[in-house]
Design a protein around this ligand. Structure first.
Ligand SMILES: Cc1ncc(C[n+]2csc(CCOP(=O)(O)OP(=O)(O)O)c2C)c(N)n1
Length: 340
């Protein structure tokens, strides 16, 4: 455990205390919800599959904690968009209810992975990697025409960024100067393959440069560094300068999805490698820095943990007590996609 600093170090970030605390809380909440979903799928009451998130919470938290409610989000499939959506302010009890097939779910318990939260700017999701890109261009065009300063965040992994849709989106959004932030959560893996095998360049922002999309590579284990990059990216998009890419270098500590073998091609990833990746835990990095700067205390650390546990307990009770959805009832289908 890190001791509280007697004389707090001067903070080296321009982020205010409120934002720093929000980032830390959202990291802790992300981990708590991720672990809840893992428990639920292991217990057999989560529908479908689950892409575990350990190691990779900081990129979505760092970006999505800074969004406005009316901004539009395409989350990443890892870990089921949890840190993205909770950081944007979405109440995930309706998400857990959705994934456990309950009527109180965000899509009445009948959409699971093809969910939406239309009133909160999440207009749909898909298991097809890269499906968000063409939609983000459409939403970006709508945001530009609305003239209200809304932006779109399109999150994906390094594998998703390989899709042809990604390249078309970068081209169109650059040409039309659309307000899109491309968040690439580069964990160096796509199921069993490595990034090096799939990219001729060291960084994905090098591809974006070809479309005249500016970008930055950031330490994806440091939520504060991600948020600082996000401020620049969001300002760029909101002020009409066009799209911007954040490539956050992060890690995947677990297997691709619960129940999958954790392989690199046909060989198990070594414990030595996983232990090395674990050394840069995003929650510990943020906590230690905020303790040293006097922004967190041991008491607030404990309180934040307890609040996250309580939030999960409430979400689980809500989902458990909710009635089961009828998968064949489509009478209100239009309400599941479009906001009234
Ligand atoms: C079009 C398409 N191709 C393949 C898949 C199977 N698939 C699901 S997740 C995934 C890997 C994606 O890797 P990445 O985008 O790097 O994200 P990560 O899972 O590593 O977080 C693949 C290939 C899919 N769902 N859709």
């Amino acid at each position: 455990m890190v001791k509280e600093a007697k004389t707090p170090k001067k903070s080296t970030t321009t982020l205010d205390k409120e934002t720093l605390l929000k980032l830390y809380k959202n990291l802790v909440r992300s981990q708590a919800f991720d672990q809840c979903f893992i428990r639920r799928i292991q217990a057999g009451d989560l529908l479908g599959f689950y892409h575990e998130g350990a190691g990779g919470y900081a990129p979505p938290v760092g970006v999505c904690s800074l969004l406005r409610k009316d901004d539009i989000l395409w989350p990443h499939h890892r870990p089921h968009g949890i840190p993205h959506m909770l950081s944007k302010g979405i109440d995930l009890k309706y998400y857990l209810a959705e994934h456990t097939g309950k009527q109180t779910g965000c899509c009445s318990g009948r959409a699971t992975f093809h969910f939406s939260f239309p009133k909160d700017g999440v207009f749909g999701f898909s298991g097809v990697v890269g499906a968000g890109f063409p939609q983000s261009v459409g939403w970006g065009l709508a945001c530009k025409k609305n003239g209200q300063g809304q932006i779109v965040v399109n999150a994906c992994g390094d594998g998703g960024q390989n899709r042809g849709t990604a390249h078309e989106a970068m081209l169109m959004s650059s040409l039309w100067k659309l307000p899109i932030v491309y968040l690439v959560e580069n964990n160096g893996m796509s199921i069993y393959s490595t990034f090096e095998e799939m990219s001729p360049t060291e960084h994905i922002i090098d591809w974006a440069k070809g479309y005249d999309v500016p970008g930055v590579v950031v330490d994806g284990q440091d939520v504060i560094a991600v948020a600082e990059a996000a401020i620049v990216a969001i300002e760029h998009a909101r002020s009409g300068k066009g799209p911007y890419m954040i490539e956050a270098e992060t890690v995947r500590l677990s297997c691709h999805a619960t129940g999958f073998p954790d392989l690199l091609h046909y060989e198990p990833r070594s414990q030595e490698l996983i232990d090395k990746l674990k050394e840069r835990d995003p929650i510990a990095i943020c906590r230690e820095r905020l303790l040293a700067e006097g922004i967190l205390t041991q008491a607030t650390v404990k309180q934040i943990d307890e609040e996250a546990e309580k939030e999960i307990e409430e979400a689980e009770n809500f989902a458990e007590e909710s009635p089961i959805a009828d998968p064949l009832d489509f009478s209100d289908i239009s309400k599941l996609v479009y906001a009234e």
